[in-house]
Design a protein around this ligand. Sequence first.
Ligand code: GTP
Ligand code: MG
Length: 279
Amino acid sequence: MTNINWYPGHMTKSIRMMTQEAESADCCLYVLDARAPRSCINPDFEKLVANKPVIYILNKADLVPADKARKWVDALSGENRAALIMNCIKDSGNKLLTPVIMRLCKDKIEKYRSKGVKLSVKAMVMGVPNCGKSTLINNLARGAKTVTGNRAGVTRGKQWVRVGDYLEVMDTPGTLYPKLTDQVTARHLAYIGSIKDEVLDTTELALDFLSELRTIAPENIQIRYNTEFAETDLSTLEAIAAARGYLLKGREPDLLRAANALLDDFRKGKCGKIILEDC
Ligand SMILES: Nc1nc2c(ncn2[C@@H]2O[C@H](COP(=O)(O)OP(=O)(O)OP(=O)(O)O)[C@@H](O)[C@H]2O)c(=O)[nH]1
Ligand SMILES: [Mg+2]
């Protein structure tokens, strides 16, 4: 099994910046990849958002079975906490998300109103790399009447941007937990593209992925590659390489190419709807 440990220095800086900025945030939009919600919960963030309203956005709804994602919504909802499933590319954030933000921040809104200040809720967007934070911001900005801040020259991740009459958001760089001691979490983050492939052995990772898929969704592999699960994960990967015609000189299966194709297909949702973590 592949062993993953990756925490580049810029993430330490990002967490520091987020800690400072979180003070002026009224709420947090915590984006989770719906395929691996548990692994996307960064214990560093939990401290940051402890006393704020938090809206968990189970993003990439198009890539997971809806019934299973809904269970996560129930589990993550609670006092000062709401959760919703979204496809940040297609759904309207203004219809789905803005009312939830306003509901959770109503005390803050009342307070602003009583002071006669123009209402504007500040929502900090956070999440692991690649979960869809910037897509969410663009989504909210798309429906906005006024998007202030000339995008060019704006230092990314340090700027509150108005995306509507009542809402300002701040994008933040994707950050991971420094101690990825739980290798299941680390692998799930790697499958969903939160960890750079450059620091991974993608053949090993694909073998791990096949081993999980064998129990979660074996039929998906058959549908995608027209090949059944073989006795071992290695022989399954070989079969995928053969089915795809990925062969090296001497007709050896090109395992690296098959592994990269498999991971890429999963990340793009081409292996069907898969959730890696039940709640
Ligand atoms: N299928 C699908 N893809 C999505 C969805 N939302 C975002 N993506 C894709 O996910 C990838 C990452 O999106 P970003 O918005 O750049 O993610 P991010 O969290 O800002 O990433 P970092 O800034 O690197 O941390 C892009 O290829 C998006 O098109 C969604 O709802 N469904
Ligand atoms: Mg981004």
